[in-house]
Ligand binder design. Structure first.
Ligand SMILES: N[C@@H](CCC(=O)N[C@@H](CS)C(=O)NCC(=O)O)C(=O)O
Length: 216
């Protein structure tokens, strides 16, 4: 299998973690978001990463990919049991993939991508807005959803990585979820970060990001 995209994308990381939890071997191919090559566009008509290639088959969109993986490779499930829990897991996945990424990525872009990778200025007002106004209500909601111990639904699921992956991007900077204000969610982020699949995927991501920073 091949996972296409830049590993620091929260969506690519999410799929990498699901593949790893399922013990599925895959190669990574670094493709930047918005790549215009006809080969990439043929696989990803919306121009977005990630794309998964599985033999002759390919498909884009992290949620679609994770659902495909769950159906095709049901061993080591990444969805909870039961219609209600599964619906709740999908909702939390969507919450992470939409509002949380939209706002956490402001910090990642302004304090990491722009200054470190692009040599551009950081918009400090935008960072302050994200940290003080946009993210707190989202973190309040997540604080109300995560358990004091363990994962969202017992076993580790796609929802667990979906609601933390955007935070891992913000953590490329000095940003951390404030444990004084959101103690349950801050501890949850830490627990997910310590899951063996997450450690493995983030270690590989670090290697790619370091070699990109050093130009190799
Ligand atoms: N719903 C998609 C969103 C993927 C997405 O937005 N990826 C970003 C990179 S993190 C991208 O490729 N953006 C390029 C663009 O929008 O042109 C998914 O879950 O895979």
């Amino acid at each position: 299998m091949k996972l296409i995209g830049i590993p620091a994308s929260p969506f690519v990381r999410k799929v990498g973690v699901v593949l790893t939890v399922k013990a599925l071997e895959y190669d990574s191919e670094v493709v930047m978001p918005g790549d215009t090559s006809p080969e990439f566009r043929a696989m990803s008509p919306l121009g977005k990463i990630p794309v998964l290639v599985d033999g002759e088959f390919y498909i884009a969109d992290s949620s679609v990919i994770c659902e495909y993986l769950e159906e095709k490779y049901p061993e080591h499930p990444v969805m909870p049991e039961g219609a209600e829990q599964r619906a709740r897991a999908r909702f939390l996945e969507e919450y992470g993939d939409s509002k949380l990424i939209e706002n956490a990525s402001i910090i990642f872009r302004e304090k990491f991508v722009n200054p470190v990778m692009m040599g551009q200025d950081t918009n400090l007002e935008r960072v302050a807005e994200a940290e003080n106004e946009l993210l707190p209500p989202l973190l309040d909601y997540l604080e109300s959803q995560v358990p004091p111990e363990g994962y969202l639904f017992g076993n580790f699921t796609t929802a667990d990585i979906s609601i933390t992956s955007p935070i891992f991007n913000a953590e490329y900077t000095d940003y951390r979820v404030d444990p004084a204000r959101w103690p349950k969610f801050a501890a949850f982020v830490q627990r997910v970060a310590e899951h063996p699949a997450v450690i493995k995927v983030r270690d590989a991501e670090q290697q790619v990001m370091s070699s990109m920073a050093s130009g190799n």
